[in-house]
Each structure stands twice: as structure tokens, then as C-alpha cells.
Design a protein around this ligand. Structure first.
Ligand SMILES: C[S@@+](CC[C@H](N)C(=O)[O-])C[C@H]1O[C@@H](n2cnc3c(N)ncnc32)[C@H](O)[C@@H]1O
Length: 349
């Protein structure tokens, strides 16, 4: 009986192909790509991930690629809807470490969704020193100094650990502080001892959070609108602040406002939320205040105001303030970004 003897391969190209396959079987790949959940960047992320898979020698069928793309798109949307601080985690591991890349990759796509409260909990654990500065805002203190009555009540929305609440109360003002993050509420309650401060844990945007009506002489929300997600939330905040004030009362907020004529696209609008810098155009500012019993008294750049009016030893308030307030957290550039943080001062009619 004649047996088939396999042909001996000697041609270099075939042998090199086999060698490459062998090397692939000995090559390990394990890693994570972590991307901010920005749905409008979905196509870009998909290209990036496809290129990574090609570089890792993965050859997906069109159906496999499509279902991966769908999962990525869905996770991005879910993550962004739930929190601007969400991250898409694309993880790949070898299913069988003995076979290297020749047995494919085990792929996981998920979104990590931290709340604002959890983000600040992390700040407290991982950062040192006063998180928002050791001095109150110069603008807040200058407006408070103009109040004729030292016992006029003040509302501080999104008080944080009390950078403005505490000095205002030390001037004699009864201050009601409203704060979303339990960690800051605890810190401020500890620091409020013997001061006329009432601290409430709550979301200013929730109907379950009561706010006294026509009671305060001044209502402030410093560095709070930058957390918001849409104009309805801004309108709701301003409506609640206006309702909280006596006629003639002062409403002071800081907010990122785009320069006249600049219309941010969807990518920039979504990124502005991710970068704690929610952007509003001048036209939108006009719309969100329309028909509210408020008169705009001034609208000025917060960075310049604070730089000129804070004591020298208080400047800059934090390591991040300069870049954030000048719009450079959103647009990292030495040139001038088309938005910046502004102090908006209104009087209740
Ligand atoms: C950047 S910090 C500024 C804290 C303080 N106003 C200051 O200027 O030092 C923003 C604060 O607003 C709070 N905040 C954000 N959204 C809020 C909401 N919807 N209701 C109440 N507080 C909120 C955050 O938890 C955080 O403490």
C-alpha cells in the first residue's frame, strides 16, 4: 500500500507565513481603552477601535463588526444620558492565554457611570487642600457688602463645603446652604458650628427640594450651572432662585457663555458637559431668562474680575481655576477660546 507523504515545504514565503502565524499564537494582548461617553464622537471611536482590532490581528466578519458597533453606540448613549462623567470601557483579553492572538479576543464594552456626588467624594479622597479655593469669591463678597442690612438672609445653592457660605455667615447673614453632595453637606455642617447657617442636602432641580419663597435678599449659585445638562435645567434654576428672592433681591450666578456669533456644534456641546463647562450662547441666555421677573444688571468675565479683586495671596483660587474659567479645559489652547466663565448679576423685579 502506497501512503501519501505530505509534500515538504521549502519555499520561503510559505514558511514565513507559518512563522508569522506561530508568532501570533505566542503574542498576548490584554488592555483597556477608556473613552469619555460622547455620543456624537461615536463614529470616530468606532474607527479607533476597529483600527486597534486590526493592529491586534483580529479579522471580524461584517456581522461581528456591526454588532460591536451597535453595542458601542448604545453604551455611549446610555452612559452620556446617565452622567456627563461616564466613561466607555473597551476591554480585550485573550480567551485562551495558551493560544495568543490566534484564538481571537474576548471583548467587553461597558459604561462606567459615576454620579456628581461620587465624583466629589473622589475629589475629597484624592485631592488635598481646599477644593474650590480658600477665599470666597470676590464678586460674591463685593455684592454682599452692598446689602444695607447685615441680617438679610442669603441662599447659597451648590454651596460645596462652604467657601462662600461661611464668610457670608461670619458677616452676620443667616445663610441657607443647599448642596447635592453628601460629603460637602457633612463638611459644612461640621464647620457651621455657632454660625447662622442651615445646610440642606438636596438637588436644586428636584421638586422634592423645598426653597423658601420671597424670603432671601441674595441668592447665589457659584460654579453650579457648569454642571448642568440642558437649558431647561438652567431655566429651572433661575426660576427657583427668582422665586426665592424678595422684590429688589440680588441673584448672582456664574456660567460659561459663548462669545457672540459662535454657535457650538453637538460635539462641543456634549464635550462641554463632560468638561464641567456647560456652554450657553448669549441668545440662549436671553431665552432662559425671558419672562422671568429678573433684570440683568451686569454680565462680566469671572476670571478677570476675580484676578483683579481677590487678594494676591488668594490667586489663583485653585490650580485648575485659570484653565477652567478661561474655557481652556474645554479648548486646550494658548489662544483665546470662544467661551469663558462669566458673572451674571440680576435684580428681582
Ligand atoms: C464647583 S462646586 C462649587 C462650590 C461652591 N459654590 C464654590 O463656589 O466654592 C459646585 C457645587 O455645586 C453642587 N451642585 C451641582 N449640581 C447641583 C444641584 N443640582 N443641586 C445642588 N447642588 C448642586 C455640587 O455638588 C458642588 O458642590
Amino acid at each position: 500500500m502506497v501512503q501519501d507523504i505530505p509534500e515538504i515545504i521549502t519555499d520561503p514565503a510559505s514558511l514565513e507565513r507559518l512563522a508569522v502565524y506561530k508568532v501570533k499564537s505566542l503574542t498576548g494582548a490584554r488592555g483597556e481603552l477608556v473613552l469619555p461617553c460622547i455620543p456624537s464622537l461615536g463614529d470616530r471611536y468606532i474607527k479607533q477601535i476597529d483600527a486597534l482590532l486590526v493592529a491586534l490581528g483580529q479579522d471580524f466578519t461584517p456581522q461581528e463588526s456591526n454588532s460591536l458597533h451597535e453595542i458601542i453606540t448604545q453604551r455611549l448613549q446610555e452612559g452620556f444620558a446617565a452622567s456627563p462623567y461616564s466613561r466607555l470601557v473597551f476591554r480585550y483579553d485573550p480567551p485562551n492565554p495558551m493560544q495568543g492572538l490566534t484564538s481571537g479576543l474576548k471583548i467587553q464594552v461597558r459604561a462606567i457611570v459615576p454620579t456628581t456626588e461620587a465624583k466629589y467624594e473622589g475629589w475629597v479622597q484624592n485631592r488635598s487642600g481646599p477644593l474650590f479655593g480658600s477665599y470666597p469669591d470676590a464678586k460674591v463678597m463685593s455684592i454682599a457688602a452692598e446689602l444695607s442690612d447685615r441680617t438679610a438672609p442669603i441662599l447659597d445653592i451648590g454651596s460645596g463645603p462652604g467657601r462662600n457660605t461661611l464668610p457670608l455667615a461670619k458677616l452676620g447673614h443667616p445663610v441657607d446652604a443647599l448642596e447635592l453632595a453628601p460629603i460637602f453637606v457633612d463638611q459644612l455642617r461640621t464647620l457651621s458650628d455657632r454660625l447662622p447657617i442651615k445646610v440642606t442636602l438636596g438637588d436644586v432641580l428636584s421638586a422634592d427640594t423645598p426653597i423658601r419663597s420671597s424670603y432671601y435678599q441674595m441668592s447665589i449659585a457659584a460654579e453650579v450651572i457648569s454642571h448642568f445638562r440642558n437649558l431647561d435645567q438652567v431655566r429651572l434654576l433661575l426660576t427657583r432662585m427668582a422665586e426665592s428672592l424678595r422684590p429688589g433681591g440680588i441673584l448672582l450666578v456664574s456660567s460659561f457663555i459663548a462669545v457672540q456669533g459662535y454657535e457650538p456644534d453637538t460635539i462641543i456641546r456634549q464635550l462641554s458637559q463632560v468638561a464641567w463647562s456647560f456652554i450657553i450662547t448669549p441668545q440662549e441666555l436671553f431665552t432662559v431668562t425671558e419672562n422671568l421677573p429678573l433684570e440683568l444688571v451686569s454680565n462680566e468675565p469671572a476670571f478677570e474680575y476675580e484676578r483683579h479683586n481677590l487678594p494676591a495671596e488668594a490667586w489663583p483660587p485653585t490650580k485648575w481655576f485659570t484653565s477652567w474659567a478661561t474655557g481652556r479645559d474645554l479648548f486646550p489652547t494658548d489662544r483665546q477660546p470662544p467661551m469663558s466663565l462669566r458673572w451674571l448679576l440680576f435684580r428681582k423685579l
